[in-house]
Ligand binder design. Structure first.
Ligand code: IMP
Length: 359
């Protein structure tokens, strides 16, 4: 009660990526010497880039292209369990050239791949455990006791170590890790309402931009002494290479990208031609288009007795090129940024980055 009457006195600021900059630091590192690899859930990613489990982004084709380039694809869940398993197996059956030193691999040397799932879908979890290398809890908000209990049951039934999210505050991160046990959490994924196709904040007034959410997660993990053990994945609104540098500067170890990968040739978004140009049709998982398939409805709460409110929209993206090119562009920029900061690896980037807000 006391808080009422003082809420706007000294409001906490939450910044968009565009409003932030990292100050230069002293260093003598060449961009080519910079190591941008990260370890998540036992997988070594040579590029800290993960594709979103959305039905316009990650199917087997994109997951293969991204893994070959050092990142990780997370297969979407807006389809039957059998269809998801089929996509995972297609990734696993891809022949990887011996010369490829970038691709994350499983114990048998096959390409690594992740899969998204609902914390309430124990059937899918048990089917996918043993098929995919890393399971990602895929809900808009993991600040929810029921969903945390669901994840606990999945961990109990499979013994899997999972990526959990999304979170927007330090309290949410702390609660989930305490409930699930730190040894069962591979990474925390953060950011709410910041996605390019997201209308959650417009609909509800609630959200936590990825910049702010990363900082909150870092705070919680620091207090729990888990910063070195549990990586943070920034998710939503990361569209320019510079945003990736800022996310990592704030404390993220990897980023999840929807729009950037949806625009690539290999995404599972539909291709359409408009005035002689090639476009991809990208939509949010809470949009009317995605909800028609009904498999991922539980990503969002239903407050309207079956008449769900849209929390996402559809957009047309001009095809940008291949995944290889997209990853190359981001990697190049990240190396330049880390060079200016004087950071030789992602941990140094976390420690050395001084982030400032433009007035
Ligand atoms: P983007 O990289 O800015 O396009 O954001 C992608 C992220 O937005 C995904 O990884 C999800 O966390 C989130 N997201 C996906 N679909 C929706 C939606 O319909 N509404 C809100 N957020 C969404």
């Amino acid at each position: 009660m006391e808080a009422i009457g003082n809420k706007l006195e000294n409001p906490v600021r939450a910044y968009a990526f565009d409003q932030l900059l990292i100050l230069p630091g002293l260093g003598k590192i060449e961009p080519s010497e910079i190591d941008i690899s990260v370890k998540i859930g036992g997988l070594r990613l040579k590029a800290p880039l993960i594709s979103a489990p959305m039905d316009t982004v990650t199917g087997s084709r994109l997951a293969i292209a991204l893994a070959l380039r050092g990142g990780l694809g997370v297969i979407h869940r807006n389809c039957s369990i059998e269809q998801t398993v089929k996509m995972i197996r297609m990734v696993k059956s891809e022949k990887v050239p011996d010369s490829n030193a970038l691709a994350p691999r499983d114990r048998q040397g096959r390409l690594a791949v992740g899969a998204g799932l609902s914390p309430m879908d124990i059937k899918r979890a048990t089917a996918l455990y043993g098929e995919a290398d890393l399971l990602f809890i895929d809900v808009a908000s993991f600040h929810n006791r029921k969903l945390v209990e669901g994840a606990k049951r999945i961990i109990g039934a499979t013994g899997a170590k999972i990526v959990v999210g999304n979170f927007g505050t330090a309290d949410g991160v702390r609660y989930a890790i305490e409930e699930l046990g730190e040894e069962n959490v591979s990474a925390v994924k953060v950011g709410m309402g910041g996605g390019s196709i997201c209308t959650t904040t417009d609909v509800s007034g609630v959200g936590s931009p990825s910049t702010f959410a990363i900082e909150q997660a870092a705070l919680a993990l620091k207090q729990m002494n888990l910063l070195q053990r549990i990586p943070i994945i920034g998710d939503g609104g990361i569209s320019k290479p510079r945003d990736v540098a800022i996310a990592i500067g704030l404390g993220a170890s990897a980023v999840m990208l929807g729009k950037v990968f949806a625009a690539c040739e290999e995404s599972c978004a539909k291709t359409v031609w408009r005035s002689g140009e090639k476009y991809k049709v990208y939509w949010g998982m809470g949009s009317a288009q995605a909800r028609k398939k009904r498999m991922a409805l539980d990503r969002y709460q239903d407050y309207q007795k079956g008449k769900q409110i849209d929390e996402g929209v559809k957009m047309y993206l001009r095809v940008s090129g291949s995944v290889e090119n997209a990853v190359g562009a981001i990697e190049g920029s990240l190396r330049v940024g880390m060079g200016y900061v004087g950071a030789g690896n992602l941990q140094e980037m976390h420690q050395k980055s001084m982030v400032v807000a433009r007035a």
